[in-house]
Design a protein around this ligand. Structure first.
Ligand SMILES: Cc1cc2nc3c(=O)[nH]c(=O)nc-3n(C[C@H](O)[C@H](O)[C@H](O)COP(=O)(O)OP(=O)(O)OC[C@H]3O[C@@H](n4cnc5c(N)ncnc54)[C@H](O)[C@@H]3O)c2cc1C
Length: 247
């Protein structure tokens, strides 16, 4: 379901007026923008949550785009957001050109893709748009937490390192240069994943049709819906926003 047309009234999210501190490439297709604001130390969020950013549009005005908080150092008043450089659309264009002092209005934080402490083990799956969420969640898991992360990227040059006290296995799945989008590459990996003993919790994010197929696969293998958090982050032809996947 498209949230833009949802009849459910959502609480108004707080507005943040950020300034760019610096911007640089983390990997060839991922640009990090560091942001700050006078009141940024009042920001409370859970790893995995996102900000809705008012991106300048080529025709004038702004459009909403969701971007995950990749890291936040409250003491340093520095928040980082990572942008996949997937093309010439508004968000990557803004990130490519961002320089110190540029201003960007955002609202948030929002999102339900956050750590579920009740599970014995955690399965996190997503494409490159989900690297910020998956890595930030895993980095902040309690020591010893059993986690399996499958991350679909174009190639080895898109992989990133992380530090965590969790018992986490990060597996990078390469498309070998193929474009991101609807495909069974992640579904195939999940299908060959033998579930550990105990209660699992799955975090499925990324391209909407892929997430939906993965969710259906997990429920067919006995996962109850309350053990899956799923959200479509993007899909071909869709402009901004996100898709709820609850069927
Ligand atoms: C909760 C949430 C958190 C997110 N966090 C991040 C994040 O941290 N980093 C990040 O990079 N993205 C993230 N995304 C995805 C991002 O919001 C979308 O990719 C968004 O559409 C990008 O805006 P745009 O201006 O580039 O493209 P749009 O103007 O929205 O779309 C233009 C065209 O590009 C296509 N498109 C959009 N995204 C992609 C893509 N990734 N690959 C290929 N084609 C695409 C669209 O389908 C459309 O055809 C997140 C999404 C959600 C819902």
């Amino acid at each position: 379901m498209d949230t833009a047309s949802s009849p459910v009234r959502r609480p108004t999210l707080r507005e943040w007026k950020f300034s760019v501190v610096e911007a640089f490439d983390v990997t060839p297709r991922m640009r990090r923008v560091a942001l700050s604001a006078d009141d940024i130390d009042e920001l409370e969020y859970r790893p995995g949550q996102a900000l809705v950013m008012q991106m300048p549009l080529p025709e004038g005005g702004t459009g909403r785009r969701d971007y995950t908080i990749r890291s936040f150092d409250k003491a340093a008043k520095r928040l980082e957001v990572d942008f996949v450089l997937h093309g010439d659309s508004p968000a990557p264009t803004w990130a490519r050109n961002a320089t110190a002092g540029d201003e960007i209005v955002t609202r948030g934080p929002r999102g339900r893709t956050v750590f579920n402490p009740s599970a014995d083990w955690h399965l996190l799956c997503g494409d490159e748009t989900c690297i910020p969420a998956i890595l930030h969640i895993v980095e902040n898991m309690p020591a010893g937490t059993r986690a399996f992360a499958f991350i679909e990227v174009s190639g080895a040059e898109d992989e990133q390192k992380l530090t965590t006290r969790a018992d986490a296995k990060i597996e990078w799945i390469h498309r070998d240069g193929a474009h991101a989008g609807p495909s069974s590459i992640m579904l195939d990996r999940i299908a060959s994943f033998a579930f550990p003993a105990g209660d699992g919790f799955a975090y499925l994010i990324g391209e909407t049709s892929n997430v939906r197929a993965q969710r259906h696969h997990l429920t067919a293998r006995g996962f109850t819906r309350d053990r899956i958090s799923s959200e479509g982050y993007w899909r071909p032809g869709r402009i901004g926003g996100h898709d709820h996947i609850e069927d």
